[in-house]
Design a protein around this ligand. Structure first.
Ligand code: BES
Ligand code: MN
Ligand code: ZN
Length: 518
């Protein structure tokens, strides 16, 4: 998969196939809104975002007559064989209302342009974005440009490894953004590129089926990625995992023919004396449910049950390519959850590294078991903060849908920083509470805790189970990405069905501006 090219130029230097003209949707004034209520909607000519030119009157006339384009967000209209400047065609691009232009709109417009080029088979386009630039608050201009690039790059994602080559598919060559210059702009584009590359790494891991993406293959790919960007990577196999005493993780792996793996990636970009930030990922390469087997309807989606691991791997790549000023250790627990003859059974009791005992009341609540051992393992390095990523509960999809990631944790300050990074990157997070009362349902008559308890507040109970293994002194936040990690229809820059790669942009933002927690 080749990335499309984004060229930044102060004045147009290319001879594009198509010249794109950006338009704002006309802003309605209050009294006009009232009038519209009485008389029904009228057509208002969109406003060119940028310098006027003499042929514009012509185009506006045509729009007035045809009413074919309103300038609403992501609307694009092609005027084929309408020559303007060097270009063979003209395309009208809707930005929505001027007052609504923000990073998320820019990201979506970037995606819409790429998809339009692909659909209409336009190899190169050029668009003057000075009008967009001028309409954006000065402090937001560079990040808005970055977002536009992110959307454009993200849209080029494809997963066709298992499809026969399709000669009729068209891949746009790129876009020229006119009216921007300088080191900051180049940096913003390159940052977008590095972030999207890290997201693509995570997306491919997710989209690959579990018969090819086994725990060992996941480990191999993490090693390959680490080698490529100067990260230390160490992999523990079954023997070493047993030696570490990770009885909960081993318990999950027991029913599978695939060997479990614990992958440890270390990036050092901070000061020598800075304690590491620990990132933990649930890497269940397939979740059949085990003996508490899942219904077959949509079970194929459980190949995505390793998206927490993919997220951690993607964040590690982003840390290295963006040279973020922190020390980070990524831990992945890679296992397959299967109902084999040696599988653990409901009622079994397993032991964590520290010796905490868990009654397995549901073998399908396996992600928390994998993470619990990783939490105890990571805490040996005395991390200054710990965050875990997991497709942990179906309940989070019921509660929040796919449009946001559920977060919960023990440290208000860290939760606050995560929410702020979410705002800046347009990656939504929504906090769920970890009230002490939830602990009641996880009490076991036979062991220190049990791994499932009742259908109510399923996501918070997952979080509460994890919290049981977290040291009081370690600031910790859990990200439940079960809803947000794949098949999102709410954003045009995510490929339908496929993995999304959420939380990598948010985490890069958080780590870039990391300050030690109070
Ligand atoms: N991997 C699933 C959670 C999941 C379900 C993610 C659907 C995405 C879509 C997890 O291992 C699981 O099975 N959780 C159980 C927990 C329950 C048994 C306590 C669940 O959510 O039903
Ligand atoms: Mn499960
Ligand atoms: Zn699972």
């Amino acid at each position: 998969m080749a990335f499309p090219e984004i060229i930044l130029s102060p004045i147009s230097k290319t001879t594009p196939d198509t010249l794109l003209l950006p338009f704002f949707k006309a802003e309605k004034k209050e009294n006009e809104k009232l009038k519209e209520k009485k008389e029904g909607p009228g057509y208002e000519i969109p406003v060119l975002a940028g310098k006027k030119f003499k042929e514009l009157a012509d185009i506006e006339n045509y729009l007035r007559l045809s009413q074919c384009f309103s300038g609403k967000k992501n609307e694009i209209s092609l005027m084929r064989a309408y020559k303007l400047g060097n270009a063979h065609n003209v395309g009208l691009v809707g930005l929505g209302q001027r007052s609504g232009l923000d990073t998320e709109v820019a990201r979506q417009v970037g995606a819409a342009i790429y998809q339009f080029q692909k659909r209409e088979r336009l190899p190169t386009v050029s668009i003057d974005i000075q009008g967009m630039w001028a309409a954006t608050r000065e402090s937001k201009r560079v990040t808005t440009l970055q977002a536009l690039c992110e959307g454009y790059y993200l849209s080029s994602y494809e997963f066709r490894e298992f499809k026969k080559a399709d000669q009729t598919l068209f891949h746009p060559h790129g876009i020229e953004l006119v009216g921007v210059k300088g080191k900051d702009c180049e940096k913003a584009r390159d940052k977008a590129r590095h972030l999207v590359e890290a997201m693509f790494f995570a997306k491919v891991l997710g989209d690959r089926p579990s018969n090819t993406l086994t725990p060992r293959e996941l480990a191999r790919l993490c090693q390959e990625m680490s080698k490529g960007c100067g990260i230390q990577c160490q992999v523990l196999g079954r023997k070493e995992i047993e030696k570490e005493g990770m009885g909960l993780l081993i318990g999950v792996a027991k029913g599978s023919a695939e060997e479990p793996q614990v992958i440890v990636m270390e990036y050092r970009g901070g000061r020598k004396t800075d304690l590491p930030i620990a990132l933990l990922g649930k890497g269940v390469t397939f979740d059949s449910g085990g003996i508490s087997i899942k219904p077959s309807d949509r079970m194929e989606e459980m190949k995505y049950d390793m998206m927490g691991a993919a997220t951690v791997a993607g964040i590690m790549q982003a840390c290295a390519t963006l040279k973020l000023p922190v020390n980070v250790i990524g831990y992945i627990g890679a296992v397959e959850n299967m109902p084999g003859g040696k599988a653990q059974k409901p009622g079994d009791i397993q032991r964590s590294i520290s010796g905490k005992t868990v009654e397995i009341t549901n073998t399908d609540a396996e992600g928390r078991l994998v993470l619990a051992d990783l939490i105890e393992y990571a805490q040996k390095q005395n991390p200054q903060a710990m965050m875990d990523f997991a497709t942990l509960t179906g309940a989070v999809v019921v509660a929040l849908g796919s449009v946001t990631t559920g977060i919960m944790g023990t440290h208000k300050g860290l939760l606050g920083l995560i929410k702020a990074a979410g705002e800046l990157t347009d990656e939504r997070v929504w906090e769920l509470p970890l009230y002490d009362e939830y602990e009641e349902d996880l009490k076991s008559a036979y062991a220190d805790i049990r791994n499932s308890g009742g259908r109510e507040a399923g996501s918070q109970k997952g979080g509460t189970f994890l919290k049981f293994f977290v040291d009081k002194k370690t600031p910790w936040v859990h990200f439940d990405i079960a809803g947000s990690a794949w098949d999102r229809k709410d954003k045009n820059y995510y490929t339908p069905k496929m993995a999304t790669g959420v939380m990598i942009r948010l985490m890069a933002q958080l780590l870039q501006h990391w300050k030690s927690l109070k």
